[in-house]
Design a protein around this ligand. Structure first.
Ligand SMILES: NC(=O)c1nn(CC2CCNCC2)c2c1CCc1cnc(N=C3C=CCC=C3)nc1-2
Length: 314
C-alpha cells in the first residue's frame, strides 16, 4: 500500500550533540487532533480532525489493517485509493489530500464537509422546490460527468453519499465500491474479465440500484444515471421511487418498473425522471441528454455552477 502525497510537518528536535534541529517529517497521526466520528463503514471509520500545526479541518478515514485482511477487503481499499487518485480536480468530489499509515491502520486525509448529507437536509425540508432540485441536480450531474470522463463509475450514488460543504455545495463521497473502467490506452482485458464482472458480488443500496445490476450484474455509466433519476424524483417527492417493505420487494419493483408520481409532480421533472428510469441502460438518457433536457433549461453547467450561491432550501 504505497502512501500517496507528501505532506510534511516541521518538527523541532534535539540531536545527539544537544543541538536543536528542525526536521521535516511526513505527517502522521500525531499531527492531528481527532474529534467526533462522522460515519462508520463496514471496514472504516471517518473522523473529524484538525491539523495541529495549520489548524485546518479535515475528515480522516481510518481503515484497520487486520480487519481489512480478515474481511478480504484489500481489493476495495485499493479501488478506493486508485479512484480518489483519478478524481483529483473537481469541486463536486471529496478530495483526497494525502494518505499515511502506522502499524495498525491506513489513513486517508479528505475534504471535510460541514453541511452533512443531502439526505439530512432533504429530511428537514421534506421536499425541495424546482429551483433547489435544479441546482443540486446540476451539481450532482456535473460531478458524475467528471467521474465518468475519468473512467470512474460510482455504483452507489444516493443522497447519503452526496455531502455538502460550508457553502452548501455538493461533494460526492464514498468510492469504496466504485468501478474503474480500464484506461483506454491499456491493453484490452482478458475475455474472462467480463465473466468476472458478472460474478461480481457488489450491489449498491437497494432503493437506487439499477435493473441491469440486478438482472445481469453488469454496471456501466448508465447505472449512475438510473440512480440520478431516483435522486431527482426523491428531492421533489420526498421519498425514493422504489421502496418496498423488504429489499427483495424493492428489487421486484425496480425490475418491473413499478413506481408512480405524486400529484403535482412538476411535468418537466416527470419527463426527465421517466427518461432516466428506463430498464434498458442503452435507451436511458446520457449525461449530455440530461444537460439538454427541458428541466435544466437555462441551467449553467460551466464553472459558474460552483461559484454561485446555493439557493435557500425550501
Ligand atoms: N465513506 C467515506 O469516505 C466518508 N464517509 N463520511 C461520513 C458518512 C456519513 C454517512 N453518510 C455518508 C458519509 C465521509 C466520508 C468522506 C469524507 C467526509 C467528509 N465530511 C463528512 N462530513 C459529514 C458531516 C456530518 C455528517 C456526516 C458526514 N463526511 C465524510
Amino acid at each position: 500500500w504505497k502512501d500517496r502525497g507528501a505532506a510534511v510537518s516541521l518538527r523541532r528536535e534535539v540531536d545527539a550533540d544537544g543541538r536543536t534541529v528542525i526536521r521535516s517529517v511526513k505527517k502522521g497521526v500525531r499531527d492531528f487532533n481527532f474529534g467526533k466520528v462522522l460515519g462508520e463503514g463496514s471496514y472504516s471509520t471517518v473522523f473529524f480532525a484538525t491539523d495541529r500545526q495549520t489548524l485546518r479541518e479535515y475528515a480522516i478515514k481510518v481503515l484497520e489493517k487486520k480487519h481489512i485482511i480478515k474481511e478480504k477487503k484489500i481489493k476495495y481499499v485499493n479501488i478506493e485509493k486508485n479512484t480518489l487518485n483519478r478524481l483529483t480536480d473537481h469541486p463536486g468530489i471529496v478530495r483526497l489530500y494525502y494518505t499515511f499509515q502506522d502499524e495498525s491502520s491506513l489513513y486517508y486525509v479528505l475534504d471535510l464537509c460541514n453541511g452533512g448529507e443531502l439526505l439530512g437536509v432533504l429530511k428537514k425540508t421534506g421536499t425541495f422546490d424546482v429551483e433547489c432540485t435544479r441546482f443540486y441536480g446540476a451539481q450532482i450531474l456535473d460531478a458524475v460527468d467528471y467521474m465518468h470522463s475519468r473512467g470512474v463509475i460510482h455504483r452507489d450514488l444516493k443522497p447519503e453519499n452526496v455531502l455538502l460543504d460550508d457553502q452548501m455545495h455538493v461533494k460526492i463521497t464514498d468510492f469504496g465500491t466504485a468501478k474503474l473502467l480500464l484506461d483506454p490506452r491499456s491493453p484490452r482485458p482478458p475475455e474472462d474479465a467480463a465473466e468476472e464482472e458478472r460474478t461480481a458480488s457488489f450491489v449498491g443500496t437497494a432503493e437506487y440500484v439499477s435493473p441491469e445490476l440486478l438482472t445481469d450484474k453488469s454496471a456501466g455509466k448508465a447505472s449512475d444515471l438510473w440512480a440520478f433519476g431516483c435522486i431527482i424524483y426523491q428531492l421533489l417527492a420526498g421519498r425514493p421511487p422504489f421502496k418496498g417493505a423488504t429489499e427483495y420487494l424493492t428489487f421486484q419493483r425496480i425490475v418491473n418498473l413499478e413506481y408512480e408520481f405524486p400529484a403535482g409532480f412538476p411535468p418537466a421533472a416527470r419527463d426527465l425522471v421517466e427518461r432516466c428510469l428506463v430498464l434498458d441502460p442503452n435507451r436511458r438518457l446520457t449525461v449530455e441528454h440530461i444537460k439538454n433536457h427541458e428541466f435544466f433549461d437555462g441551467q449553467n453547467f460551466s464553472k459558474d455552477l460552483w461559484r454561485v450561491k446555493a439557493p435557500r432550501l425550501r
